[in-house]
Design a protein around this ligand. Structure first.
Ligand code: ARG
Ligand code: ZN
Length: 898
């Protein structure tokens, strides 16, 4: 039995590679039983290497080596050794040489979906982070950049499409029914950006003209028969190309840009140079199979991968500790794209929702890490909400602190200095600091410190002096991350963050007040960016004629938890009058959270059902909100966001002390039920008024209307009355799009009524041939609040519609249940924990990356009561006891038990 977290590697131990690889020529012959990979590499000693005599040791995993040749001479047995997944050469090496290896791999047996693997329609690759070593021997690290030439050979009828990065240069037939194709990528790239595909696929082709007049041949490859689901992804690609030209002056640099969709994929998508490989769920969409959020998600992922062409491919990471260099920056870019393409306010609200639901808990749990971790055992565990989402917030703060045009100048300088290189987060921050003239030294703490800082703010109004004083205190207690560094005896320092507070002051009439800080001679605007750098700082506003309500952290200007003692009336005031859409929403969330925290306590002392904790004024505020939907100027999407209460996961973060999932669920359901009862007429009226007659389109206006309509439906459905059921059934029958169907199905799945099973059966029968729709069918059942959800999810594991080998199915059912349905996952009898552990143990050897993602469900286990903790610990120990537990799961479970 293993009892420890697997061996870690450290950022401080980075050394440059002893050799560089300038060219790689791959010849890949695909057969049913295996694939033969012949690789010819041009190597030379790295002049920057620490040891000029170092020997050559190549990475390789699950490769059967047939031969090694040095400058054309086949090496004898003793001239190389294979040990621990490495190939070590034991011969004298010249300054520069050609190394040729021939190996066999078995893609049909590759269930990890890392490296070269089989999926339904053919063969695909996923090389980030360390998958290339599962294809051939290599210095598989991002600071080794080479030019690739690739020749693929396969059966022509079964795999008519042969692709790799760059440009197609030649192809032909050979042997009996076989063919080949040769691709050359003109750009140097790290091995993690390598890709190849041999499959039977349909393709949608369109051209794009860059602003300098070049033609890019765009192509979206999908499984046969799905061409009618590609148009949206293609349009998203062209919009992204245009946006990056306009906003960042960045143009596509290749003649070919291909997107290939595959149904078996561990993550969302991958930015391989010129040949992106995507999870089908991030490509395929038609109105009857995809929801509005799917359409928007596709826009964002297509944009994200496209933006990586510059922030990731042209300038890449020196080592995997720098992952946020490309991911945080690229998420920031796709967020900005989303804000420009859709509603800025709604997009920002949704992005902050994601941050709070996924990243804040990560930062508060055993896997806490800064956006640039100092160590890891398995890099795949660090494709995290922190590296991605918090990473994007850190870039956003630079944008806010130095301003939009200095940010653009910083980007230009970054590319000027580092194009074609593998660099570090410091290099990025330095470019921003140098281009703006702003000192960002202290700002770099965001890269080294973990945890969500708490910003305690207090306001004091002095009517006689017409002065409003705002004081801020930063709190940043050590997290599990620093506790581990300490236990390992490693040095680290912590200090105040440099962060922007964007604010305004709202007067009693709802108008914004002009802002003059003490020492300034006149007021400058009604919104300011205050810069915090100290543990404690005070700002004094002069000429404040009336007691204001401060609107703090507009647009969520820093990823912190704001502690400000707002009175409920002040929050209602901000909800109604703040000029910043995010802050209006935020005020509503804060108000709901304050009320729900009282409700949770009431439920714990048996006084919840009496509803004494719900103020009548709150019901009136929601009534006003609903009424505003009738105003043609209003944005229904924003109203829908405001009506959506903080999730149970987010509420658990707000609770201090022991988390009681039943009380959280009870209070939240009670508040929804009360609002539904009190506002039934308004909800019904809004629901009916928003019925659309125009044909479906995923445009902002329709999306907003459907979002609000389905939010009303959700409130109304909670009651399970005859009327509510009739409404749900009518929507299910009449819906001409997946957004409305699945909204009704999800609401019905919460109810323990006979209609539920009938609806689920009919839905599956209708959609059983659309894998992504079957995922939705699994998903609504996993997220159901009905009492029998735990046992239903358990039996769905054996349903023919489920497949544990397919990551999308596991995510739709198991991850959704474990991470999105806390009340059932944390069932008092431990059944949720046992289910998670069973799945983790089943998947650990087959697909450790997916197993590890499920293992993260245990992150918060220590926040629950002693009985639940003991049940969770039992399952954690059971997982840890597995022989040959993967490094992925081992690291997650090891940290959870630390
Ligand atoms: N670079 C990809 C993206 O964010 C993610 C790939 C992660 N893959 C992995 N196996 N961890 O666009
Ligand atoms: Zn990315």
């Amino acid at each position: 039995m293993r009892t420890e977290t697997p061996q870690a590697i450290y950022l401080k131990d980075y050394t440059p590679p002893p050799f560089l690889i300038d060219t790689v020529d791959l010849d890949v012959a695909i057969f049913d039983e295996n694939t033969r990979v012949r690789s010819r590499m041009g190597l030379r000693r790295n002049p920057a290497a620490a040891d000029p005599q170092a020997s050559l040791c190549l990475d390789g995993e699950d490769l059967v080596l047939e031969s090694v040749a040095l400058d054309g001479r086949i090496l004898a047995a003793g001239e190389y050794v294979l040990c621990g997944g490495r190939l070590l050469l034991r011969v004298e090496l010249p300054e520069a040489f050609m190394l040729e290896t021939v190996s066999l791999i078995e893609p049909d047996k590759n269930t990890q979906l890392s490296g070269f693997y089989r999926s339904k329609d053919g063969y695909f690759t996923q090389c980030e982070a360390e998958g290339f070593r599962r294809i051939t021997w290599f210095l598989d690290r991002p600071d080794v950049m080479a030019k690739y030439t690739v020749t693929l050979h396969a059966d022509k009828a079964k795999f008519p499409v042969l692709l790799s990065n760059g440009n197609p240069v030649a192809s032909g037939s050979e042997g009996v029914g076989r063919h080949w194709a040769k691709w050359v990528d003109p750009f140097r790239k790290p091995s993690y950006l390598f890709a190849m595909v041999a499959a039977k696929l349909d393709v949608l082709r369109e051209d794009y003209q860059t602003r300098s007049g070049r033609t890019v041949h765009c192509a979206v490859f999908v499984e046969p028969g799905k061409l009618d689901q590609c148009a949206h992804a293609m349009a998203a690609l062209k919009k992204s190309m245009k946006w990056d030209e306009v906003v960042f002056g960045l143009e596509m640099d290749l003649d070919h840009y291909m997107i290939v969709a595959v149904g078996d994929f561990n993550m969302g998508a991958m930015e391989n140079k010129g040949l992106n490989i995507f999870n089908t769920k991030c490509v395929l969409a038609s109105p009857d199979t995809a929801t509005d959020s799917d359409f928007q998600h596709i826009d964002r992922v297509v944009a994200h991968e496209y933006f990586h062409n510059w922030t990731g491919d042209r300038v890449t990471c020196r080592d995997w500790f720098q992952l946020s260099l490309k991911e945080g920056l690229t998420v920031f870019r796709d967020q900005q794209f989303g804000m420009d393409m859709h509603s800025a306010g709604v997009t920002r609200i949704q992005d902050v929702r994601t941050l709070r639901a996924a990243q804040f808990p990560e930062d508060a749990g055993p896997m806490a890490h800064p956006i640039r971790p100092a160590s890891y055992a398995e890099i795949n565990n660090f494709y995290s909400a922190t590296v991605y989402e918090k990473g994007a917030e850190v870039i956003r703060m630079i944008h806010t602190l130095i301003g939009k045009s200095a940010f653009r100048a910083g980007m230009d300088l970054y590319f000027k200095r580092h194009d074609g290189h593998a660099v570090t987060c410091e290099d990025f921050v330095s470019a921003m600091a140098d281009a703006s003239g702003v000192d960002l030294t202290q700002f770099k703490r965001w890269y080294n410190q973990a945890g969500t800082p708490r910003l305690v703010a207090r306001g004091e109004y002095d009517a006689a002096a017409r002065r409003f004083t705002l004081s801020f205190t930063q709190q940043y207690p050590a997290t599990a991350y620093e506790r581990r560094l300490e236990a390992e005896g490693r040095k680290f320092s912590r200090g105040a963050y440099h962060l922007p507070v964007v604010l305004g002051l709202i007067g009693p009439d709802g108008a914004e007040l002009p802002l003059r800080l003490a020492g300034e001679d006149k007021a400058v605007g009604t919104q300011r960016v205050l810069e915090l750098r100290e543990d404690e700082q005070t700002f004094v506003f002069e000429d404040v004629a009336v007691q204001p309500v401060p609107s703090l952290l507009r647009g969520f200007s820093a990823p912190v938890i704001l502690d400000y003692p707002y009175a409920e009336a002040e929050l209602t005031h901000l909800m109604a009058h703040d000029t910043d859409a995010f802050s209006r929403w935020e005020a509503g969330q804060r108000l709901a959270t304050q009320i729900l925290l009282r409700g949770i306590e009431a439920f714990q002392t048996g006084k919840g059902e009496a509803l004494g904790w719900i103020p009548a004024s709150y019901v009136e505020a929601i009534r006003t909100l609903l009424a505003s939907a009738a105003d043609p100027e209003s944005d229904p999407a924003l109203i829908a966001e405001a009506l959506t209460l903080p999730s149970e996961v987010v509420l658990a973060e707000a609770v201090s002390g022991v988390v009681d999932p039943d009380a959280i669920h009870g209070a939240r359901e009670a508040l929804i039920g009360h609002l539904a009862a009190q506002l039934k007429g308004e909800l019904l009226m809004t629901y009916q008024a928003l019925k659309l007659s125009a044909p479906y389109s995923p445009d902002a206006a329709q999306v907003g209307a459907r979002a609000l309509r389905n939010t009303c439906l959700d409130y109304l459905a909670g009651s399970a009355t005859v009327e509510a059921l009739a409404l749900l059934k009518a929507q299910l029958d009449e819906a001409d799009n997946m957004t409305d169907s699945v909204a009704a199905l999800a609401a019905l799945a919460n109810l323990d009524v006979p209609e539920r099973q009938a609806a689920l059966d009919a839905f599956l029968e209708r959609w059983k041939h659309e894998a992504l729709v079957v995922d939705k069918w699994l998903n609504v059942q996993a997220l159901s609040s009905a009492a029998d959800t735990g046992s239903r999810v358990r039996s769905l594991l054996d349903h023919p519609a489920f497949d544990i080998r397919n990551p999308n199915k596991v995510y739709a059912l198991v991850r959704a249940f474990c991470r999105g349905n806390p009340r059932h996952f944390h069932a008092a009898d431990g059944s949720g924990y046992a289910l998670a552990a069973d799945v983790i143990l089943l998947l650990d050897s087959a697909n450790p990356q997916v197993a590890s993602r499920i293992a993260r469900s245990f992150d918060a286990w220590r926040r629950f009561d002693a009985a639940r903790q003991s049940l969770a610990r039992t399952q954690l120990l059971r997982i840890q006891a597995k022989t040959d537990l993967s490094r992925d799961v081992g690291e997650v479970i090891g940290r959870a038990l630390e």
